[in-house]
Design a protein around this ligand. Structure first.
Ligand code: GDD
Ligand code: MG
Length: 359
């Protein structure tokens, strides 16, 4: 099987982190998100993946210089300008010369344990032009909302409706099977959205099917969901293969080789290679990236510190992401969905509340 992985977006909701790394290259418990996505595809027999790139393509090429990962051959299709989701799929398929094949298409910012084999089987059984995976969510308004009939035929595709206008809470999980006829109908030379243009056309042609799944599923596009992706792994909500290699582990607490955890821990915690959490600190649901440091008297809760980040004495980090090599000054407070960019400095005693730093 051949997959197209959409990873060309700018990751605007995760700025300023995504100024220095594209969203799919951000680590989720020490491994780039895209590595977890490609491993999942490999599990279901995908042997070639076309990465549909636009924003910071070099970051991907540098991460996989041999053009292979997890036994999957990687092809890099770099758009000259953003073509939106369908435009990107068409561009990638032609660039890799796979437009005549049945294709798996995935949004590269989704982490899931969805059964891709079952999607392929349903697609073949229904004989439609395309089949999409669905997942239930509490608030469908941030997603593509997809009502179906009992046979799985899609009755409408409504991208990001107002919350009270969504006819169902079953949403597009961002995993599709496409026949070549779908790529053929995507116009060239302009931006085309698969969600707003192509899927509604396929609904009108009665050629779009869907399969519901209650497997693990998360779109990592916001700070809150990027944090949750990591704690879900530590809490064992995903298959054990997602856990990193650890020197020490006990009930949701993992310390990588060379990591030091002297502090009191509540909830779950991961301390990466050569990272340290000093005695007298307090941590609760945290990922402390490789070589990061939490000083004594600091409080870090529901937070991710990317590699090399430092939280100084008496500082508080809650519900926030601290970028690689950023420094949170002594006594500073970083709260409620704040995002601190790579190598940024938060001054001693400063307060960031739901803030982006630097803006
Ligand atoms: N190559 C390329 N070019 N990729 C793009 C472009 C583009 O112009 N625009 C977006 N992408 C990529 C993003 O990098 C991401 O991996 C994927 O396409 C989806 O874009 P998002 O910006 O993350 O969309 P969303 O999360 O708001 O909504 C989409 O995903 C939801 C599920 O996670 C839609 O497909 C929804 O219908 C769906 O429910
Ligand atoms: Mg998304």
């Amino acid at each position: 099987m051949i997959a197209i992985v959409l990873v060309g977006g700018q990751g605007t909701r995760l700025r300023p982190l995504t100024y220095s790394l594209p969203k799919p290259m951000l680590p989720v418990v020490e491994r780039p998100m895209i590595a977890r996505v490609v491993e999942w595809l490999a599990t279901y027999g995908v042997t070639r993946a076309v990465l549909s790139l636009g924003y910071q393509p070099d970051a991907f090429v540098d991460a996989f210089p041999e053009g292979r990962f997890a036994g999957v051959e990687l092809h890099y299709a770099v758009e000259p300008e953003p073509l939106d989701t369908a435009g990107a799929i068409r561009f990638a398929a032609l660039d890799a010369g796979v437009e005549g094949e049945t294709l798996v298409v995935v949004n590269g910012d989704v982490l899931t344990d969805l059964d891709l084999g079952a999607l392929v089987t349903l697609h073949a059984a229904r004989g439609g032009a395309a089949t999409i995976a669905l997942t239930p969510v509490e608030d469908p308004s941030a997603y593509g909302v997809v009502p179906t009939d009992a046979s799985g035929r899609v009755l409408a595709f409504i991208e990001k409706p107002a919350r009270d206008e969504a006819p169902t809470n079953h949403i597009n999980a961002g995993t599709y099977i496409f026949e070549p006829s779908v790529v053929e109908r995507i116009p060239s030379g302009r931006r085309v959205s698969v969600e707003r243009e192509i899927f509604p056309q396929l609904v009108d042609a009665q050629a779009l099917y869907a399969l519901d799944s209650d497997a693990y599923w998360l779109d990592t596009g916001t700070p809150e969901r990027y944090l949750r992706a990591q704690f879900d792994i530590l809490r064992g909500l995903r298959s054990p293969g997602h856990l990193p290699a650890c020197a020490k582990r006990s009930e949701g607490v993992f310390v990588a080789p060379g990591g030091v955890l002297d502090a009191h821990v509540a909830g779950c915690a991961f301390v990466g290679r050569s990272a340290s959490v000093a005695g007298g600190a307090f941590v609760h649901d945290v990922v402390v990236g490789a070589s990061a440091h939490v000083a004594s008297g600091a409080r870090v809760r529901d937070a991710v510190l990317l590699p090399g980040a430092v939280v100084r004495e008496g500082a508080t980090v809650e519900g926030s992401v601290v970028g690689p090599s950023a420094v949170i000054g002594a006594g500073a407070q970083v709260l409620s969905g704040s995002v601190v960019g790579a190598a940024a400095l938060v001054a001693d005693g400063a307060v960031l509340d739901s803030a982006r730093h630097p803006v």
